[in-house]
Design a protein around this ligand. Structure first.
Ligand code: TRP
Ligand code: SF4
Length: 326
């Protein structure tokens, strides 16, 4: 049977926080025995919003590779590479930009909402409008069967299918339709109870040291009704409890009961969480230390990924050129 291909990418934003880990990476890792994976760091996509400030893209790209590898993404099972090292993406992007109606891009919901949200940046650019076209090139290049993404990316996968269909209709049937695999979002809030987000400065990152994790948990907001240790609490509105649900599977029920009865204090409750989180992170931190000691290992893996991705990209482009007779 033909090997199933799974593909996804992330823009190099500098840190991989626990929201990114449970919302994306941990799913990728779960898929790695079932599919052949192509995972890339989308540094060209980072340019769409960061073109005025490109100083840290390269460094963030390396950091992201270290985060992925230390999280357990296996380079023996997946091609892990950097988008800008596969120039074929630009050629396919150019060809797709010729056949994609402007109206498809203009009505894309992420386009409209980002223009509003990032109003401090000038992103009324041709490249930003074409963001989904580049993403379609990323995906169709490898003829991916499945693309694991968060909900916000669904319109881009739908556009990818539309662009692929249009190409197949105009020229030759080359591209299969990729399906999106909606990754379950986690209920993990940030340390202040809001959504975990780099821009709120409330993240816990997979690169945080055990001491940093402990300090952040100690600073987390809990149920404001609990002033004295034996005040009855409401675990369902407490961020620490939301973390217990993820990191303390066997204890969640007893924690909930003890909190509601005022039998456990928040300090103790946080201590338990810190222990469980630190245990969870041991293998991740160990791998991270190894990779940082030996950075060439990371560059070698990215080079290996580049080679593998390049073979597939070149083969697709050959078919594409033939189909459009250029
Ligand atoms: N747009 C995606 C994001 O912001 C990143 C991305 C780029 C991507 N190319 C992709 C994701 C291809 C999946 C497939 O998260
Ligand atoms: Fe939250 Fe635990 Fe305190 Fe209850 S005891 S409010 S769950 S930190």
């Amino acid at each position: 049977m033909k090997e199933k291909i799974i593909l996804s990418g992330m823009r190099p934003t500098g840190i991989t926080h626990l929201g990114n880990y449970f919302g994306a990476l941990s799913n990728w890792i779960n898929f790695q025995n079932e599919y052949k994976g192509y995972y890339f760091i989308a540094d060209w996509h980072a340019l769409t919003t960061e073109y005025e400030n490109t100083d840290s893209i390269k460094e963030n790209t390396f950091k992201m590779a270290v985060d992925w590898l230390s999280a357990g993404l296996d380079p023996a099972k997946n091609a892990i590479f950097v988008q800008s090292q596969i120039p074929e993406h630009t050629e396919l992007f150019l060809i797709f930009s010729m056949i994609t109606p402007l109206s498809w891009l203009e009505r894309c919901p992420t386009y409209k909402s980002q223009l509003n949200e990032l109003s401090e940046k000038n992103i009324s650019t041709y490249g930003f409008l074409g963001y989904p076209c580049l993403q379609a090139a990323d995906i169709l290049m490898y003829k991916a069967d499945a693309v694991p993404v968060g909900e916000d990316q669904l319109p881009h996968i739908e556009l990818t299918r539309e662009i692929g269909r249009r190409f197949n209709f105009l020229y030759t049937e080359i591209f299969p339709e990729p399906k999106s695999l909606l990754t379950k979002t986690t209920a993990l809030p940030g340390t202040d109870g809001r959504k975990m987000s780099k821009s709120y400065n409330n993240t816990i990152s997979i690169s945080d040291s055990p001491d940093e994790v402990a300090a952040k948990v100690r600073g987390m907001v809990t149920d404001p009704a609990r002033i004295k240790k034996d005040d009855p609490g409401h675990p369902d509105i407490c961020s620490v409890y939301a973390f217990h649900k993820v990191f303390s599977e066997n204890e969640v029920d007893s924690i909930s009961v003890a909190c509601k009865k005022g039998e456990i204090g928040c300090v103790q409750c946080k201590k338990n969480l810190i222990d469980n989180m630190q245990k969870f992170f041991v293998p991740i931190h160990d791998r991270r230390i190894e990779y940082l000691k030996n950075k060439d290992m990371v560059y070698d893996i990215l080079e290996q990924g580049r080679k593998e991705a390049s073979i597939r990209a070149k083969a697709t482009l050959e078919e594409v050129r033939k189909a459009i007779k250029i």
